[in-house]
Each structure stands twice: as structure tokens, then as C-alpha cells.
Design a protein around this ligand. Structure first.
Ligand SMILES: C[S@@+](CC[C@H](N)C(=O)[O-])C[C@H]1O[C@@H](n2cnc3c(N)ncnc32)[C@H](O)[C@@H]1O
Ligand code: SF4
Ligand code: SF4
Length: 473
């Protein structure tokens, strides 16, 4: 075997990191390691660089930690953001009866999951459907009490309708919410506008400032060519949100998002962000890092997986633990796949097609175009929906995004190498462990409920959340 084909050697200023392309293991070594090939091969063997990982063969027999239940309740919106996926807003709304039926169907199909997350955001503005949202929230509470596991409703809103009345109603219904904002006024208002083309930054920030308790509130930032200065974005948004998730826009016109012309600039911006995070950590400030790790940030995910040595075989859990109900009763593998026939995986009447689930899982695992990539065990492969839009081939990759993702993995490795030497590393490691547990069953709650069957799930859960919050402070 030619070992060199199976590893990637990443050269940094005074050390190297070697990554196995076979199983994703990696080690950092001194610069001179590698001069003696025999010794290097022995070192790689010692670190099990050439052992094949055990790929999951079947998905239907596996246990899932969390089931994501997404409800496409409506496409109506009071805004008209230029980059929004949904330019053709299909009419029609979901009824509460359908929402309820889908939640029940998912819980009955996957009765042993540790947690269920219900997301009724849809592809419009969820707060326009307040009555339906509140009914879904109340139903989730009821369901949590019945099955004695968490059924947690979560939404993302554009923030324009968040007044004291709506906030207290959503919170009382137990619904967690995040707000979309793309940075400061100039950056946000370029794409996030109302139907008259006016930016909504001022209005949204005014609404957010009026919310006293923002402990559990996150911000969703859509990364476009107009807001690439990541350090400025997070410095600005940390004033309002403890959790920040920045994700590249999905854009097939090539004009709005990451493309050949701007990918190098974006890579530099991510390098700057990494250096900024390191400088802050060296000063003892882990707040920015925590904000990125807390949510669903694109780079944060790479950092988390690197620090925890997590290896993934699929990019996400579309069709494995994530299902999305369209307004016509069809079920798709994720919200982005709605209306694409190839991604239909069942319907309300017949339930989930488990053979199709197996088929989708197989496609995600195979990813032939990723077989030689050193980043594949942290990246997991291209998004199926993106691949489909790129070339109608679910196995395709987007080379521009690959360029960016490989850079993010390199940065995560470098980041880990540097922060390991700081006295804050343990704190960061534990925060990563906590975050990775967040979307699974809280075993302490389960154990308590097993011993006290008459206690309601929501009561004990609320008490535990308050306790954890106090501990965190
Ligand atoms: C479709 S919106 C629905 C919820 C709500 N109207 C809002 O704007 O938050 C949900 C999220 O998708 C993001 N989004 C919209 N179009 C996108 C695109 N083309 N690519 C990636 N994200 C997009 C929005 O910025 C928002 O954070
Ligand atoms: S507010 Fe949300 S749904 Fe509405 S146009 Fe903007 S991104 Fe799309
Ligand atoms: S999608 Fe690209 S970056 Fe990700 S594993 Fe495949 S080839 Fe590597």
C-alpha cells in the first residue's frame, strides 16, 4: 500500500498535522517527522491510520437520538428578501389537525428516539400563523407529558412581528425562537427587505432590545457576498444574542453567495475569524466561541467535531432523523427538499417509506466523489439538495464549497492545536461535550420521571432548565 495516497499532510509554520483519509484520525507532529519514511509509517500504524471505519450498514435498525419534525405550515411572508429560496410562494396552509397527525406519526414511527424537535417555521414568516403556532406549542407540551420525553417546538422568525404580546404568547406555549439578522444595518438591509425594498434592521433590533430575557435566543445569519466580514458581524451581533449561527446562502445564480470569484476572500475572512477567536480565548474570553458553538454555525460545526474527534458518515440526517411535511400531505427528507420528487419519502396517509429511507441513507454514505478527501469525516459530503440542483445527481459535489470546507477543517485543526496550549482548553472541551448532548435525551430527567411517574414532564424539565441556567451563571 502506498501510504501517501491515504493521508493528507498539512504543513503549518512549525508543525504538521497528518490526517487519515481512510478513517479521519489525525495527529500533530513536529516538522521533521516524515523525513524517515519507515518511522513515519510505524507512527501512522501505531495511530491506526489505515484501519477501515465501521460504516453503518442499515439505518432502519439503528436508534436515532433526535427526530426533527419540520412542518411547512405556510409560504406567506411580510418580507421580500432578495435571496429567499421561496420566490414562487405556493398558496395553501397547513391545518392544526395535519400538524398534529404528522407529529404523532413521527413519534409512533420512531418511538425510541431520545428527543423530538418540532419546527413549524415553513418557508415564510411563522409569526403570521400565530394561532396555529400556539396550538402546535401546546400540543408539544401535552405530548411531552404523555411520552415523558421532550417534544420541543422551535422556530426562526424574521423578527418584525416580535412585540411584547407575541413574545409572551410564544414563550408561554413553550416555543423557542431565533431571529434572522445578517449583521449591522448596512449588511442586513442589502438583502433583507420588505416589499417596498426597505431594510428591516432598525425595526428588528428595536424589537429584540425590548425582549429582556434573551438567554435562549439565537441569531441566524445568512452569509452572502455582501456580508463577508465575519469578525465585524459577530462583534456586532454578540451585543444582542448569546448564540450566533452563520451559514452560507444557498444560491444557484452564482451572484449572491460563495463563488469562484469570492471564495478566496471568504477563506481569508474565516482565517481572520479563527485568529480573532484565539486572541479572545488567550485573553480569557470564550464568549464568541461559545456563541458559535451553541447554535448551528457552519464553522462552529467543524470546530466542535474536531475538538470532540467526532466522525460523521453523512452530512446531515435528512431522511434518517429529519422529515418535513409539505402542505399537500407529502413527506420529504428535509425542508429544502420540498417539492422535489426524488426526495419524497412518504405521506401522511401511508407514513414513512422505510425502503426509500434506506436508499437515501446509502446514497449519503457512498459519496464516491468524496472518497479521496481528507475532510470527509467532518464534512460528511455535499448536501443532497444542493447536489441535485447543481447537476440532478445526488452524488455530486460543489467544488467551490469543497474548497471552503477543506479550509475550514484545516482552520479547525490549527485552532485546536493552538487553544490546547491555553488554560481555557478544558472549559472549551466541556462546553463542546455539553453542546453535543443538548440534542439528545436528558437522562437525568428520564431517570427522575421513571422514579416519579406522576410528575409532569414539563414541570420537571422547566425546573431542571432553571437549575442549569443558574449553574451556568
Ligand atoms: C426561509 S426563512 C423562514 C423564517 C423567517 N421568515 C426568517 O426569515 O427567519 C429561514 C431562514 O432561511 C434563511 N434563508 C432564506 N433564503 C435562503 C437561501 N437562499 N439560502 C440560505 N438561507 C436562506 C433566512 O435568512 C432565514 O434565516
Ligand atoms: S423573511 Fe424569511 S421567509 Fe420572508 S422573504 Fe425573508 S428569508 Fe424569506
Ligand atoms: S463534499 Fe467536498 S469537502 Fe466535503 S467530503 Fe466531499 S469532497 Fe470533501
Amino acid at each position: 500500500m502506498n501510504y501517501i495516497d491515504n493521508v493528507e499532510i498539512l504543513d503549518f509554520s512549525n508543525f504538521k498535522i497528518i490526517v487519515s483519509k481512510i478513517n479521519g484520525r489525525y495527529i500533530s507532529v513536529e516538522k521533521r517527522v516524515g523525513e524517515d519514511k519507515e518511522k513515519l509509517i510505524a507512527l501512522l500504524n501505531e495511530n491506526e491510520f489505515f484501519s477501515e471505519p465501521i460504516y453503518p450498514k442499515t439505518v432502519n435498525k439503528g436508534k436515532i437520538k433526535t427526530v426533527y419534525i419540520s412542518l411547512h405550515i405556510s409560504s406567506d411572508c411580510n418580507m421580500s428578501c432578495t435571496y429567499c429560496f421561496k420566490t414562487n410562494r405556493s398558496k395553501g396552509k397547513m391545518s392544526f389537525a395535519e400538524a398534529k397527525e404528522f407529529i404523532d406519526l413521527m413519534i409512533n414511527t420512531f418511538p425510541h428516539a431520545g428527543k423530538y424537535i418540532v419546527d413549524p417555521t415553513g418557508s415564510g414568516e411563522p409569526l403570521l400563523e400565530m394561532d396555529l403556532l400556539l396550538s402546535i406549542g401546546e400540543y408539544c407540551k401535552k405530548k411531552s407529558n404523555t411520552i415523558k420525553r421532550e417534544v420541543l417546538p422551535m422556530i426562526v422568525t424574521n423578527g418584525t412581528l416580535l412585540d411584547s404580546n407575541s413574545v409572551s404568547k410564544i414563550r408561554n406555549a413553550g416555543i423557542l425562537f431565533g431571529v434572522s439578522l445578517d449583521g449591522d444595518k448596512k449588511r442586513n438591509d442589502f438583502f433583507r427587505t420588505d416589499y417596498n425594498g426597505n431594510g428591516v434592521y432598525k425595526k428588528v433590533v428595536k424589537n429584540i432590545k425590548a425582549i429582556k430575557d434573551r438567554t435562549l435566543m439565537g441569531v441566524a445569519v445568512t452569509l452572502t457576498r455582501k456580508n463577508t466580514d465575519l469578525v465585524s458581524i459577530i462583534k456586532h451581533l454578540i451585543k444582542y444574542f448569546p448564540t450566533i449561527s452563520i451559514k452560507p446562502v444557498r444560491d444557484f445564480s452564482g451572484d449572491i453567495g460563495v463563488n469562484l470569484n469570492n471564495v478566496e476572500i471568504l477563506k481569508q475572512q474565516y482565517s481572520k475569524l479563527m485568529n480573532f477567536l484565539i486572541r479572545e480565548i488567550q485573553k480569557g474570553n470564550t464568549e464568541y466561541l461559545a456563541a458559535l458553538l451553541n447554535g448551528d454555525d457552519y464553522f462552529g460545526k467543524f470546530i466542535l467535531r474536531t475538538i470532540l474527534r467526532q466522525r460523521v458518515f453523512t452530512r446531515c440526517d435528512a431522511g434518517i432523523g429529519r422529515f418535513s411535511l409539505a402542505k399537500d400531505g407529502r413527506i420529504y427528507v428535509c425542508p429544502g427538499a420540498i417539492d422535489i420528487e426524488e426526495f419524497e419519502i412518504g405521506n401522511l396517509k401511508d407514513g414513512i417509506d422505510l425502503d426509500k429511507r434506506e436508499e437515501i441513507h446509502k446514497i449519503m454514505i457512498e459519496k464516491k466523489k468524496c472518497s479521496d478527501c481528507f475532510a470527509r469525516f467532518v464534512c460528511g459530503g455535499e448536501c443532497l439538495v444542493n447536489s441535485y440542483y447543481l447537476s440532478s445527481n445526488m452524488n455530486d459535489v460543489d467544488y467551490v464549497m469543497c474548497n471552503l470546507k477543506k479550509h475550514l477543517f484545516k482552520l479547525s485543526l490549527l485552532f485546536e492545536h493552538i487553544i490546547k496550549k491555553t488554560k481555557y482548553y478544558n472549559r472549551i472541551f466541556l462546553a463542546c461535550v455539553e453542546k453535543s448532548k443538548r440534542f439528545s435525551e436528558d437522562l437525568n430527567v428520564t431517570e427522575y420521571l421513571n422514579q416519579n411517574p406522576d410528575v409532569s414532564f414539563m414541570d420537571i424539565k422547566m425546573n431542571r432548565d432553571k437549575y442549569l441556567e443558574k449553574e451556568r451563571k
